[in-house]
Design a protein around this ligand. Sequence first.
Ligand code: UFG
Length: 334
Amino acid sequence: MAILVTGGAGYIGSHTVVELLNTGKEVVIIDDFSNSKQEVLNAIREITKKDFKFYEINYLNREALEKVFEENKIEAVMNFAGFKAVGESIKKPIEYYTNNVSGALVLLDTMRKYGVKTFVFSSSATVYGDPEKIPITEECKTGETTNPYGTSKLFIEQILKDLYVSDNSWNICILRYFNPVGAHESGLIGEEPQGIPNNLMPYVVRVAAGTLKELSVFGNDYNTPDGTGVRDYIHVVDLAKGHIKALEKLEREQKGLYIYNLGTGNGYSVLDMVKAFEKTTGKSVAYKITERRQGDIATCYADPTKAKQELGWEAKLGIEEMCRDSWNYIERHK
Ligand code: UFG
């Protein structure tokens, strides 16, 4: 029996595949390389010394997807496929809703056809909109997302809830990620955004590496200790391990719908991150304060208690490991 990982060559998908293989799981990956590279597959093999099956397909291609289910005994699906750039989603809503929402629907429908009902879904803290309280618990209200990317996550969560109501033999875990950063300690896999990065950490490492001139800090007049935005940065390897714990939970329960925040519970500001990066790597990061970025909120960090209690998972790696490993990856891939 195998775990099907959609988007398994991507940033979070590839780190999760490593953890799955390390725990002895059989893995089948599908990826269309729309935001990932083929080399990642060999890097996963190099890290784990294990192999997996791979299909270069888009999950909207129902016929190709059915072939994957025909040719393999799939026990569960982890869905990392999807577009994720907030700014781009505002310009391309049809592409985002088609790929993320319609893709998820084709995937779920195919799972149903083949009697596979165990599903782990990559959601995002973005579903909380401007959070009603900090730290954010899973009970906080969701909605009022500010861009099609976030709304696509919200829609898929709703689809999963409705699906479970319609047939409670489904076994679903929704994981709401906070801000994933870092890379595998080998430096062989990591985050490779196309073009100029939107997210803080990929931007910081490129300024330190000299490929970008300076970081724009988007506003220093927020109601936070130093005025810059506060987020819950989580090491991608911790995040990947959270998926293993989620899968174990589903294996124990056999049915149900579960929702967990995957965050550290610590909030760091933009300037905290810049200072931590400089201290850990010895590199300097030039920055200037600019206007606020539209759609940004002041503070967002998780209450990760539920995941600790019910999954036995908590983030172990700190801000230094996050900075060290992000830098290590870039050094190896300059
Ligand atoms: N920031 C800067 N300069 C930059 C980039 C970011 O100052 O060049 C600041 C932002 O204003 C924010 C913080 O750094 O205060 C983090 O910004 P990111 O873009 O790295 O992350 P966001 O919190 O905006 O978004 C992330 C993910 C989304 C997800 C969201 C909510 O990128 O996919 O968290 O969970 F939806």
